[in-house]
Design a binder for this molecule. Structure first.
Ligand SMILES: [Ca+2]
Length: 222
C-alpha cells in the first residue's frame, strides 16, 4: 500500500511532458532540425558547416513555441578560421519571424569572451564574461540553461555568464549558432518540459503514441 501511495505522489508531481532529446549524428541525418539555408551537413557522425559571416551567424534549430524552460548542451570545435572574429554559441527561445531570441556566443580574439544576450526590435542587449576565447582545433562542451527570465551559459561545466531580463522571450526553439569559421558539432542533449524523448540515440520510450505525436509535431515545425 505504501509503495502504491508513494508512486501516485511521484507521478502527480511530474510535468506532463518532460523529456530528453539527444542527437549524436551517428545516424548520418538531420531529421528534426531546421537549417535556414546554410550548408549544414552530417559527416563522419558529426554535424559540420562553414560560414564566414559574423553579424548574421549560421543557425540550426529544433523545437517549437511550446518549448519554454530547458537545458541545451553540445560539443563544438573550430576547425578553421574564416574571419578575424569567429564564435560558437546557441540560440534559445528562437522565433525566426520576429528575430526575437536569446543567444550566447564564445568569441575569439580580439572580442575574446563568452557573451550572453538577446535581440528584440533590432536592439541587442548583452553582457560579457571573462577574457578568453575558443582555440582552434579544441573541443569545448557548451551548455545553456533557460529558466523563466534567467539564462546561464557554461563552458566545460564552468558557469561563465548569467543574465536576467524581463524582456527575454517567453518561449521558442533552441539551436546552434556560429560564425566566421568552419566548425563541427556533436553530442547534442536537450532536456526540459515539452521536449519529447527522441533523437538518434535510443531511448526507453514510455509510449509509442507519444513518440509518434511528438516527432510529427517536430517535423511539421510546430
Ligand atoms: Ca557523433
Amino acid at each position: 500500500m505504501k509503495i502504491i501511495l508513494v508512486l501516485c505522489v511521484f507521478l502527480t508531481a511530474m510535468p506532463a511532458f518532460a523529456g530528453t532529446f539527444k542527437d549524436n549524428f551517428d545516424d548520418g541525418d538531420l531529421d528534426g532540425w531546421t537549417t535556414f539555408g546554410k550548408d549544414w551537413k552530417v559527416e563522419n557522425g558529426k554535424l559540420t558547416c562553414s560560414w564566414s559571416g559574423i553579424n548574421e551567424g549560421a543557425i540550426l534549430t529544433i523545437g517549437n513555441s511550446s518549448w519554454i524552460d530547458y537545458t541545451f548542451e553540445y560539443d563544438g570545435i573550430v576547425l578553421e578560421k574564416l574571419s578575424d572574429n569567429y564564435y560558437l554559441g546557441h540560440v534559445m527561445r528562437y522565433d525566426k519571424q520576429s528575430a526575437f531570441f536569446l543567444y550566447t556566443a564564445f568569441h575569439a580574439p580580439p572580442w575574446n569572451n563568452p557573451v550572453i544576450g538577446f535581440i528584440v526590435n533590432d536592439q541587442n542587449f548583452f553582457i560579457q564574461g571573462r577574457q578568453f576565447g575558443p582555440e582552434l582545433n579544441k573541443w569545448y562542451h557548451l551548455k545553456m540553461v533557460m529558466q523563466g527570465k534567467e539564462a546561464k551559459f557554461y563552458i566545460d561545466d564552468n558557469l561563465e555568464v548569467t543574465y536576467q531580463h524581463d524582456l527575454i522571450p517567453e518561449s521558442g526553439s533552441v539551436g546552434i549558432l556560429f560564425g566566421g569559421c568552419m566548425a563541427e558539432f556533436d553530442n547534442v542533449i536537450i532536456t526540459g518540459s515539452n521536449v519529447p524523448d527522441g533523437g538518434s540515440i535510443g531511448f526507453a520510450i514510455a509510449s509509442k503514441r507519444k513518440l509518434t505525436t511528438t516527432w510529427g509535431e517536430i517535423r511539421r515545425g510546430k
